[in-house]
Design a protein around this ligand. Structure first.
Ligand SMILES: Cc1cc2nc3c(=O)[nH]c(=O)nc-3n(C[C@H](O)[C@H](O)[C@H](O)COP(=O)(O)OP(=O)(O)OC[C@H]3O[C@@H](n4cnc5c(N)ncnc54)[C@H](O)[C@@H]3O)c2cc1C
Length: 291
């Protein structure tokens, strides 16, 4: 690993000033589970490593029934996975957090780092896409908030400017009768990245089984995570039947643009999107029905 200078700012302003000062020679460090490997392999050779874990705003983990959930960019996956609030209000997010690596990795790795690495198979992405999350970004001109769907712009590319950092992820509160579910398809039980990731988030009308809102997102089957508006429209305002589920599953498979690589073929991935989308929707509706 190349020598570097370790910097530990205590405020967002200080971190932004360091990013401005050092530009492309600097990299932010959250859990380090991607960055340290990139540095060991010399894929990244920053001269300055800016540890963001001592900045108070980046350690916020707050739930407010009207404002929703705020997840600071330095909060690790293990907190999400074990949080009662996340398990109750965003079960798909708790499932997604629990799928990352091992518990040792999850004690370090952050959803913020997962988004910033912007790997097509990033674990947290599909559920954040399905929950319509937003991200707060800080830079020299203050802060801005954008939908998470606009944050990842390509394979390992984000909307962050070199002198900006990710501050937090904001997830809106779920509706009264809401449910969500995430399914990861992988080869090994643990410590494997997804061939396919599917997230579904639904809200039901009060009193009956009509789906008021449905959101479906896929990971690992396109350069960036994607939503499937066609399948969502198929379900919206309808009761869940086998025919609608089949149609939504097919529409999700049509929207997927996977590649063939050493881990799985494109055809297999598409077929699995079909199967897992149906499963994720059914489970999200079952959870919503319990409210
Ligand atoms: C053994 C192992 C198993 C893994 N398993 C999985 C898995 O199952 N699923 C999965 O998706 N990933 C997995 N990963 C990858 C990794 O753990 C995740 O991507 C993790 O979420 C990265 O978060 P981090 O906090 O460690 O990021 P870091 O490594 O600290 O940073 C990652 C990148 O984001 C940048 N960055 C981080 N935070 C900010 C910020 N606030 N503002 C601006 N830039 C920032 C860094 O500069 C760096 O470029 C695994 C990794 C290992 C080593």
């Amino acid at each position: 690993m190349r020598d570097f200078e370790y910097l530990a700012p205590r405020s967002i302003g200080e971190a932004v000033a360091l990013l401005q000062q050092h530009g492309a020679k600097a990299r932010c460090l959250a859990g380090g589970t991607d960055l340290v490997l990139m540095m060991t392999d010399k894929i990244a050779t920053p001269a300055y490593v800016i540890d963001i874990k001592h900045i108070p705003e980046l350690n916020v983990f707050e739930w407010d029934p009207t404002g929703g959930l705020t997840i600071g960019a330095a909060v690790p996956f293990r907190i999400l996975e074990r949080s009662d609030v996340v398990q109750r209000h965003y079960p798909g997010m708790a499932e997604s957090a629990g799928e990352v690596g091992s518990w040792q990795i999850r004690n370090l790795a952050t959803p913020g780092g997962n988004l910033c690495t912007a790997s097509p198979s990033a674990e947290i992405a599909p559920i954040l896409w399905a929950l319509d999350a937003q991200v707060t970004i800080a830079g020299p001109n203050g802060s801005r908030r954008i939908p998470v769907q606009q944050f990842v712009t390509g394979v390992r590319r984000t909307a962050l400017e070199p002198e900006e950092l990710l501050v937090d992820i904001r997830v809106p509160p779920p509706g009264e009768r809401a449910g969500s579910h995430y399914i990861k398809l992988k080869e090994r039980q643990k410590m494997d990245i997804a061939f396919v990731g599917v997230a579904a988030a639904v809200e039901l009308e009060p009193g009956d089984g009509v789906i008021r809102e449905a959101k479906i997102a896929l990971g690992a089957v396109a350069p960036t995570p994607i939503r499937v508006p066609k399948a969502e429209a198929t379900l919206r305002g309808q009761r869940l039947t086998d025919e609608r589920l089949e149609e939504a599953g097919r529409e999700a498979a049509d929207a997927a643009k996977p590649i063939t690589d050493v881990r799985a073929s494109a055809e297999y991935r598409k077929e699995m999107v079909h199967v897992l989308t149906k499963r994720a929707i059914r489970q999200a509706v079952a959870i919503a029905t319990q409210h």
